[in-house]
Each structure stands twice: as structure tokens, then as C-alpha cells.
Design a protein around this ligand. Structure first.
Ligand code: NAD
Length: 317
């Protein structure tokens, strides 16, 4: 496993990291003990950054992750969770709620400190509230030593500069972008010089596009439009026809960007996380990669958007 610095946080994070949303049964019904074994496998094989949220499985993912971490030394991993999103369409970014949220998450996770606390999916929020109320509350928690660092997450890329331009320097330590740096979409790339200039750590999530680039395909709630699903399917089927695993290419593609500190992949299957970690070290089949990128060209950088109208990217397929 290779490690990269996460902006100016001082955290040296594994290039592939563990996203715990599947522990909440977000993609399929999962077996708790398998989920716990997946976390242990990830840590044993060098992953040192774990990401979760109270939203995943409506607190279930945090509870299962807490069980997995029960007997693990606290200095073996960096832990990130989130505030502000508590159910489908249920958001509360008030100072009171996010402060209580940290206590609730710590209780479920069995820790008294998280390394990174992130405002979850700010495209659904009033960004004035994020800048003027939520972030100041998180700064207080950081000053009090309750959290190490502060992050923001979202799908539309425009929300990141919209907040970073207005929050004071050093307020936001990291951004988490998902589905915008993967085989079919590299839009995050255009924002990287801006983020680097500000010393903001870059976390990329969902290298398979939340199941889009897997043989199983997407869960029913997946927001990709039909043309995007069909375009991705062509690439998945091509890889199957030549006996290759598209997940391998997807992971190798995501972790190869030197300015992206880490890429979060989700799994509740120990064998899959083991494979995913091995993929980061195996040689890249550049010929196959080129062929797959070519196949994905018709849908390249066409993605779904969401959030309040003023926060959406102009990119719908
Ligand atoms: P992902 O692209 O990592 O895909 C996960 C899916 O791929 C699951 O269905 C999993 O079973 C499958 N998979 C993983 N490895 C596989 C393998 N080797 N073979 C076959 N299938 C495999 O998407 P994700 O889980 O949504 O994203 C990763 C993590 O990033 C999340 O768990 C979460 O922690 C984080 N994330 C955060 C946000 C946010 O903050 N807004 C959004 C998306 C993701």
C-alpha cells in the first residue's frame, strides 16, 4: 500500500481507503460479521483511512463500524464521519444539531475523537448557513480538540469553491468528491489546481461510480440516467468478454492521480476488499485501459447532478 499526505492535515493516508456505507446495507442486505471481517481485512492490508456517516443505513453503518473497531488500537486508523444528513431528504446543518451529532457518532463508533468531521452533501444545504453557522460550530469542536479536521462533501463540483471562497483560510481542511474522478468522468481534475493552491486535501470516492462499473451493476436508488447506464454497461460487458475485471481498472485509474490523496471504495465483502487492495499494486494493462476509456467516450463527463438549483452543476446527460 502506498500513502499520500492529505492536504495540510498531517495525515498520511493510504491511496485506497475504506468507505463504510455498505455496512449500512446501502447496496444489498449485508451480513454483520462479514462486514466486520471486511474492515479488519482492510486494516490488516494497509488501509488506514475509514469514512462513514450517520446517514448510511440510518446509523447502522456507524454502529457496525464501531463493533469492528472495538478491539483495534485507536492509532491504527484515521476515522472520518459526517454531519448534517440524517435520512432521505432529512438535513439539519444547524450548529446545535451538528454538535450533538458528533457526540452521537462517537458513541456509535466507540471513540472519543474523530480525525475528520465533514458536512455531508452540502448541495442540499443553504451555503450561507454552511459558511456562517455550520463551519464555525465545527471550528469550535476542532479548537476544543474533539475533532482533528474539517471537511465538506458533495456531488456538484461548484459547491466546493462556493464555500472555500467564503470560508476563512484554514477553516476547511478537505473536500470529498464522489463519482467525478472515475473511468467515465474526470471532471474533478479541473478543480485540482484550485484546491492545491489552498492546501485543501482531496478525497475521491466511488471509483466504480457506486456500482456503475461493476458486473452486479447499480442499486435501484442509483440516479444515473438510462444513457449513462447503457454506456457503462458496454464497458462492463467488454471487460467480461475478455475475462478482465472492470473494478480492477476502475481502482487503478482512480488511485493513479498523484494529487488525489485517497480514493474511498465501499465493500462489505472481505474477498473484494482484498482484491481491491491488491489491484493498487498490480501492473496496469494500459491497452485494456485505453480500450475501455474509448468505449466510455460517448458518456464521458456526463453525470447526474442534484441539490438545490443554485448548487447544481450544469452537466446532466
Ligand atoms: P464504490 O464505487 O466504492 O462502489 C461500491 C460498490 O462496488 C458496492 O456495491 C460494492 O459491493 C462494489 N464493489 C467493491 N469492490 C468490488 C469488487 N472487487 N468486485 C465487485 N464489486 C465490488 O461506491 P461507494 O461505496 O458509494 O463509495 C465508496 C465510499 O465513499 C462510501 O462507502 C462512502 O464512505 C464514500 N462516499 C461518500 C459520499 C459523500 O460523502 N457524499 C458519496 C459517495 C461515497
Amino acid at each position: 500500500m502506498h500513502y499520500r499526505p492529505l492536504g495540510r492535515t498531517g495525515l498520511n493516508v493510504s491511496v485506497l481507503s475504506y468507505g463504510a456505507s455498505p455496512l449500512g446495507g446501502v447496496f444489498r442486505d449485508t451480513d454483520e460479521s462479514e462486514g466486520i471481517r471486511t474492515v479488519h481485512t482492510a486494516l490488516d492490508l494497509g488501509i488506514n483511512f475509514l469514512d462513514v456517516s450517520p446517514y448510511y443505513g440510518l446509523t447502522k453503518a456507524e454502529s457496525v463500524l464501531g463493533k469492528a473497531l472495538k478491539d483495534i488500537r485507536r492509532d491504527r486508523y484515521y476515522l472520518a464521519t459526517k454531519v448534517g444528513q440524517y435520512g432521505d431528504g432529512v438535513f439539519d446543518f444547524s450548529a446545535v444539531r451538528v454538535t450533538r451529532s458528533l457526540d452521537e457518532s462517537c458513541a456509535r463508533l466507540g471513540v472519543d475523537y474523530v480525525d475528520l468531521l465533514q458536512c455531508h452533501d452540502i448541495e442540499f444545504a443553504d451555503l450561507d448557513q454552511i459558511v456562517n453557522e455550520t463551519l464555525p460550530a465545527l471550528v469550535q469542536l476542532r479548537s476544543a480538540g474533539r475533532i482533528g479536521h474539517i471537511g465538506i462533501t458533495g456531488l456538484p463540483l461548484r459547491v466546493f469553491p462556493a464555500v472555500l471562497d467564503r470560508a476563512g483560510p484554514g477553516v476547511v481542511d478537505t473536500i470529498l468528491s464522489f463519482c467525478r474522478y472515475e473511468l467515465n468522468d474526470t471532471a474533478l481534475d479541473s478543480l485540482i489546481p484550485y484546491l492545491q493552491q489552498r492546501g485543501v486535501g482531496i478525497i475521491n470516492a466511488s471509483p466504480t461510480g457506486m456500482g456503475l462499473l461493476t458486473a452486479r451493476g447499480v442499486p435501484s436508488w442509483h440516479p444515473a440516467p438510462p444513457a449513462m447506464l447503457a454506456g457503462a454497461r458496454r464497458a462492463v460487458e467488454y471487460c467480461q468478454s475478455v475475462g478482465a475485471d472492470i473494478v480492477k481498472l476502475a481502482i487503478q485509474f482512480a488511485v493513479s492521480h498523484p494529487a488525489i490523496a485517497t480514493t474511498l471504495v465501499g465493500s462489505a465483502n472481505p474477498a473484494n476488499i482484498r482484491k481491491n487492495i491488491a489491484y493498487t499494486e498490480e501492473p496496469v494493462d494500459f491497452e485494456l485501459m485505453a480500450k475501455v476509456l474509448e468505449l466510455l467516450k460517448p458518456i464521458r463527463n456526463h453525470n447526474f447532478t442534484r441539490g438545490r438549483p443554485e448548487n447544481r452543476d450544469e452537466i446532466v446527460a
